[in-house]
Design a protein around this ligand. Structure first.
Ligand SMILES: NC(=O)c1ccc[n+]([C@@H]2O[C@H](COP(=O)([O-])OP(=O)(O)OC[C@H]3O[C@@H](n4cnc5c(N)ncnc54)[C@H](OP(=O)(O)O)[C@@H]3O)[C@@H](O)[C@H]2O)c1
Length: 436
């Protein structure tokens, strides 16, 4: 049975009023008239919970709205919608579960929470006939969740590749443009506010892994957890790698890749060489992009600002509007089945990959034959090889054809043991390049 259409304003409670919460208040205030017209009812912000009620805010909040007790918000019987912008798992998970149990609709920007507890939260939403929307949790202001849930749901998606972390994309862009070291580019990102004081979650790929888990769960309609994602950050990328990538016609990007093959899901986050002709190579600075491949639709890319108050709050308010329109029409919620069945995760060593590698080698005869032998032993074939320098400086720059991760790693171990190889200086996966 459908709920009765709502009469009067849509009453909203906000948890957190920091970067995203503050920008959400700002949009609800500045766009009030447009939003009322688009929804057919006023969106009324009734309560705002923060950690420190006395802290100065960038937005004006009416007297009596602010509380330091988030439970006051989730327990307030007058509210229809709770917007969670606190972040992290505790207490966000308990608060969202309590709001859903009380029949309130929930909007969250929290990728960590959705990636780890999406199934539990959607089940709780379904039990009480509420909506749980999380457009802002991946790609900030880029509409990516809704296209996956709705527009592309008639298709069968086979691959999603994303640049989903603005901090690392900014750092890699600076390394690419200026030949900077990782450390210098990180320092600049911190100075400009693109990186946090502790950048671990970004530069080690944890943030991207949470976002990829959500994208993969939606794309393949099967629950993928952040802990399922094979993860490597960008701290070991050198200016030499970036320069060599340029010479070969590539850019180095931190990619989040999810693939469906034989009903198995492969999920990985790692630096990758992407051909300059690929749309993802031109995604610069703190921009994000999600590149989707479907059996019917082919290739498409969504691009935009993946973080920041305004862009992220734009996605949050979009979700609030969807819920508000349902309330006004008396339409039932549709929580969806993503995260429902467990994905069969492909073991990392079975992932199908290509690699770029740089070997420091002795400059003598027989080197190439010994190296080719190591590749042949593990059935990895070489797509291209180029010698650079001579004498002590001799290096081989190689790109492989597609084979498994396990075979590549076994080849790299054998190469490192060869007398003619002084060191395996660099190994970076190659994505988005046609096999030749
Ligand atoms: N920032 C972005 O660009 C961005 C982009 C996409 C998604 N997100 C996601 O959005 C969420 C919020 O991020 P943010 O950058 O807005 O964080 P933030 O600026 O640190 O804001 C967090 C807010 O939550 C409040 N808070 C913390 N613990 C609380 C508690 N126990 N009870 C009540 N309020 C509490 C804080 O209160 P005080 O102000 O009093 O300290 C603050 O207002 C996170 O899940 C994040 O991953 C952020």
């Amino acid at each position: 049975m459908s709920p009765a259409p709502l009469q009067g304003p849509v009453r909203i409670g906000l948890l957190g009023c920091g970067v995203v919460g503050g920008a959400t208040v700002s949009i609800l205030t500045r766009h009030r008239h447009d939003l009322t017209r688009r929804v057919g009812a006023e969106l009324h912000l009734e309560r705002v919970a923060v950690r420190s009620a006395d802290k100065a805010r960038t937005v004006d909040l009416p007297d009596g709205v602010v509380t330091a007790d988030p439970w006051e918000v989730v327990k307030d019987p007058a509210l229809h919608v709770v917007v969670e912008t606190i972040g992290g798992i505790d207490p966000a998970r308990e608060l969202v579960l309590a709001a859903l149990a009380a029949g309130k609709h929930v909007v969250t920007a929290n990728k960590e929470l959705v990636a780890a507890h999406g199934r539990e939260l959607l089940e709780a939403a379904a039990r009480s006939g509420a909506d749980l929307l999380f457009e802002a949790s991946v790609g900030g202001g880029i509409p990516v969740i809704r296209p996956m849930k709705e527009s592309l749901t008639g298709d069968r998606l086979v691959r999603v590749m994303g640049i989903v972390n603005g901090t690392t994309n900014f750092i890699l862009t600076r390394m690419s443009d200026e030949g900077m070291s990782f450390a210098d580019a990180l320092a600049e990102a911190k100075a400009l506010g693109y990186a946090e004081a502790d950048p671990t979650a970004d530069v080690e790929g944890y943030d991207a892994a949470s976002k990829l888990a959500i994208l993969a769960s939606l794309a393949f309609d099967a629950r993928v957890l952040a802990s399922d994602v094979q993860r490597q950050g960008i701290t070991s990328v050198t200016p030499e790698d970036v320069a060599a990538a340029h010479d070969l016609g590539y850019e180095v990007k931190l990619l989040a890749v999810a693939e469906l093959d034989d009903d198995q899901v492969a999920v990985r986050v790692h630096p990758a060489m992407v051909p300059k002709t690929h749309p993802l190579a031109s995604v610069r600075d703190a921009f994000n992009a999600v590149f989707v491949e479907g059996e019917e639709v082919g290739e498409l890319m969504l691009l935009g600002q993946g973080a920041g108050g305004g862009p992220t709050a734009s996605a949050v308010v979009g979700d609030v509007v969807e819920i508000a329109r349902n309330l006004v029409r008396g339409a039932p919620a549709s929580p969806g089945t993503y995260f429902g069945r467990d994905a069969r995760i492909r073991p990392p060593e079975e992932a199908r990959v290509r690699y770029y590698l740089v070997l420091s080698v002795l400059d003598q005869s027989g080197v190439l034959a010994a190296i080719a032998g190591a590749f042949a032993r593990h059935d990895v074939s070489i797509a291209s090889v180029r010698q650079e320098g001579s004498g002590d400086e001799a290096t081989l720059v190689m790109i492989t054809h597609t084979s498994t991760e396990g075979r590549h790693q076994a080849t790299f171990r054998d190469l490192a043991d060869l007398d003619v190889v002084k060191s395996v200086r660099s190994t970076i996966r190659v994505e988005g390049a046609p096999e030749r």
